[in-house]
Ligand binder design. Structure first.
Ligand code: ADP
Ligand code: MG
Length: 250
């Protein structure tokens, strides 16, 4: 579904991604783990064009949608197909990013109406379905300020799902939550897994990553230094830096 090849990203002189390559197949759940500052968020943001890459190739469903720097590949997708492709990626951030001046319903129908030109009646129907899925239909008229952090994050997930994404990118979706609210958000993500949603999840929740992922990727200092199935990752990581990280986390 997605192939990122040899991605490089700089912020000024800071070389943040140093040739990162990753493939995600349809239906796969891949967790990205690694220390703070290792480039995990930047990598996700490069995947859905929130950041421009300085070098490398991004392919989605077989189309080259971005090619930068000294590479032989050329963009093969038409601009409208590139835009349509990025609309199939939903993203959920650490800090929810809900619109504070809109109700839950307003937040969820906004993108379907403005980006997809869905009419309001249909958008509301989609919103109700997705809010039911995250267990928050009863909060449909509430403002974000009246919700707990866990509820806000579930609304953010419903908002992303309302765009009918084919892949969901989660960037530390539970890191800003009080410990007692983490579970309800993880439950929603597990439900998506049961529905075979393709997902890329940056997380520090080790037991969740172990239980849910098909593959774990460990990033350190702008590089992927380990990539393997969860059992191997947690029981027999090959890299000393991974062992050290796990010892601190577990
Ligand atoms: P992680 O998500 O693994 O904690 P990030 O991708 O957020 O790491 O950051 C990687 C590095 O890039 C860090 O050193 C961070 O300070 C830097 N960085 C991230 N975003 C920007 C930005 N917009 N401008 C400058 N530096 C940035
Ligand atoms: Mg981050």
């Amino acid at each position: 579904m997605i192939r990122m090849s040899n991605i490089h990203k700089y912020f000024g002189d800071l070389h943040v991604l140093k040739g990162v390559s990753l493939e995600v197949k349809k239906g796969e759940i891949v967790s990205i783990i690694g220390p703070s500052g290792s480039g995990k968020s930047t990598f996700l943001r490069c995947m859905n064009q929130l950041e421009k890459i300085d070098k490398g190739v991004v392919e989605i469903e077989g189309m080259v949608v971005e090619a930068a720097g000294d590479v032989t590949e050329k963009v093969t997708a038409f601009p409208k197909d590139v835009r349509a492709t990025y609309r199939k990626m939903g993203m959920v951030f650490q800090n929810f990013n809900l619109f504070p001046h809109m109700t839950v319903l307003g937040n969820v129908i906004e993108a379907p109406m403005t980006v997809n030109k869905t009419d309001k009646v249909a958008a509301i129907e989609i919103a109700e379905q997705q809010l039911a899925k995250v267990g928050l239909l009863d909060k449909i008229d509430a403002y974000p300020s009246k919700l707990s952090g866990g509820q806000r994050q579930r609304v953010a997930i419903a908002r992303a799902l309302a765009m009918k994404p084919e892949i969901m990118l989660f960037d530390e979706p539970t890191s800003a939550l009080d410990p007692e609210l983490v579970g309800e958000v993880l439950e929603v993500i597990k439900k998506l897994a049961a529905d075979h949603m393709t997902m890329l999840v940056v997380t520090h929740e080790m037991s969740f990553a172990r239980e849910l992922s098909h593959r774990i990727v460990f990033m350190d200092e702008g590089e992927i230094i380990e990539e393997c199935p969860p059992q191997q990752f947690f029981e027999a990581p090959s890299h000393a830096r991974v062992k050290l990280f796990l010892e601190k986390m577990l």
